[in-house]
Each structure stands twice: as structure tokens, then as C-alpha cells.
Design a protein around this ligand. Structure first.
Ligand code: PGA
Length: 255
């Protein structure tokens, strides 16, 4: 944790969930009381098709909803894409940008991510920028170099009003059940913190830095306990209310 920074537990449903899955979101909303909200923020990023209904499901409560990607243009001939204004219009207040699955499935480069982050922040969305090394890079000792260059490339110089959040997600830990050691997470997050201060000045000292990759109720507490880990980006375990709430409960015990 970073002293004085409120943790954020963010879920990423990826390409999972139809309207039948909204009962899980309703269950999360039931548990996430205003008292808990004082201590931690909760966000669920759902598929675009579900965003409006998901936002209605948690309306007036403290759980926020968001999208998983956006285009950098406000509108136009971009078949299949959605704009930041469409996310807001559907009730979302956040967006994930540059997830490793977007980078690998859709060839997104740091340059593309940078444009998307610029657009998302300008439109006032909380913008979660994902970075992380692949297994080979970790094994050959290049992790910090990779994180440094992804951050330099992806974080724009001009940043609008939205909150910028960074998620460190080792690609080899996503959906595999593998996690880095506490020492490796500490080293990566401390490096990301320094780099953020270098890139954006004082704001970087309080930027929320999430860890992502196989976060579960059983390991959430030990991960949040690490310096500069201000929350989690959770994939698989965000699909079921019981698991996602288990992660929130592990945080609750610490904050
Ligand atoms: P996971 O995914 O929790 O299923 O490992 C994390 C992510 O990709 O954000």
C-alpha cells in the first residue's frame, strides 16, 4: 500500500458474461456497503454489450463500471470500436487501456495505447493503463527495462481530467495461477513508482498502482501488503461475486 492512497479493486470480465451474469454484479453491490466504500474503491469492467445494463444494476451505489478498451477518436468510421463518450453514455466511468490481450490479440503498440490514454483521460474517465513483461523477458532479466519502456511509451505528456491508474500485470501470471514472489512484486512496483514520478512529477507519487495476474482471495492480502501496491486488477476471480468479494474482504482486513 501507499500511505494515504485508497486501494482500488478492479475487475476485468474480459470476453465473459451475458445478461445472466449480472446477478453476480448485483450480489457484489449488496455486500459493498458505504462503510466499505470509505476504505476501498470497487470497479467492474464488463464487455461493451453489458455496460449499460451493468451500470443500471449498480446505479446509485458505490460500485463503478467501466469498459475494457476505447478508440482514440471521438466518432467516425471505425467499425467495431467504441469511443470514450460511448462508455460514459452507457454509464461507465472507467476504461482499461493497453491490456496485454489487446497488445497481443490486436497488435496494440505503446503508441496506440498512448493515444487511447490521452483520449480517455481527456474525457474524464478513470484510465487503467496495463504494462507487464512476458515470461522470456522475466527469465532474461529484462523486466524493469520492459516496464520502463512501456511506461515511457504509453503515458501521454498531456493528461486531461480523468484519474490515471497503472496496472502491473506480468503476462505469464495472467490466468495461469502463477504469481511473482513478494520480492519481485515489490521491486517492480517500486520501479514503476519511480518511473511515474520521473514521467509525471508529483502526481506520480499518488498514482494508484495495481497488481494484476492470478489475484485470488487467498493471495490478495499478501499482495496488497506490499509497498506501492494500491490494489488489484482481477480477471477470472472477478466473475463470481464470492471470489471478488473475498478479495475485497482480504483488503478490508488491512485498511
Ligand atoms: P487473471 O487476469 O486475474 O485471470 O489472471 C488478470 C487480468 O488479465 O487483468
Amino acid at each position: 500500500m501507499t500511505p494515504g492512497v485508497k486501494p482500488l479493486v478492479a475487475g476485468n470480465w474480459k470476453m465473459n458474461g451475458t445478461s445472466a451474469g449480472l446477478d453476480q454484479l448485483a450480489a457484489m453491490a449488496n455486500y459493498y456497503t458505504p462503510e466499505l466504500h470509505k476504505r476501498l474503491d470497487m470497479l467492474v469492467c464488463v464487455p461493451a454489450t453489458l455496460l449499460f445494463r451493468a451500470s443500471e444494476t449498480v446505479k446509485n451505489g458505490p460500485i463503478k463500471t467501466g469498459g475494457q478498451d476505447c478508440h482514440w477518436e471521438a466518432s467516425g468510421a471505425h467499425t467495431g470500436d467504441i469511443s470514450t463518450a460511448m462508455i460514459s453514455d452507457a454509464g461507465g466511468s472507467a476504461v482499461i487501456v493497453g491490456h496485454s490481450e489487446r497488445r497481443s490479440d490486436h497488435g496494440e503498440t505503446d503508441q496506440v495505447v498512448n493515444r487511447k490514454v490521452t483520449a480517455a483521460l481527456a474525457s474524464g474517465l478513470m484510465t487503467i493503463v496495463c504494462i507487464g513483461e512476458i515470461e522470456e523477458e522475466r527469465k532474461s532479466g529484462k523486466t524493469l527495462d520492459v516496464l520502463g519502456s512501456q511506461l515511457s511509451g504509453s503515458i501521454p505528456e498531456n493528461r486531461g481530467g480523468g484519474e490515471l491508474v497503472v496496472a502491473y500485470e506480468p503476462v505469464w501470471a495472467i490466468g495461469t495461477g502463477l504469481t511473482p514472489t513478494v520480492e519481485d512484486v515489490r521491486e517492480a512496483h517500486s520501479f514503476v513508482r519511480e518511473k511515474m514520478v520521473e514521467l509525471i512529477g508529483n502526481e506520480g507519487e499518488r498514482t494508484r498502482l495495481l497488481y494484476g495476474g492470478s489475484v485470488k482471495p487467498a493471495n490478495a492480502g499478501s499482495l496488497l501488503g506490499i509497498d506501492n501496491v494500491d490494489g488489484a486488477l482481477v480477471g477470472g476471480a472477478s466473475l463470481k461475486a464470492e471470489d471478488f468479494l473475498g478479495i475485497a474482504a482480504a483488503y478490508r482486513a488491512l485498511v
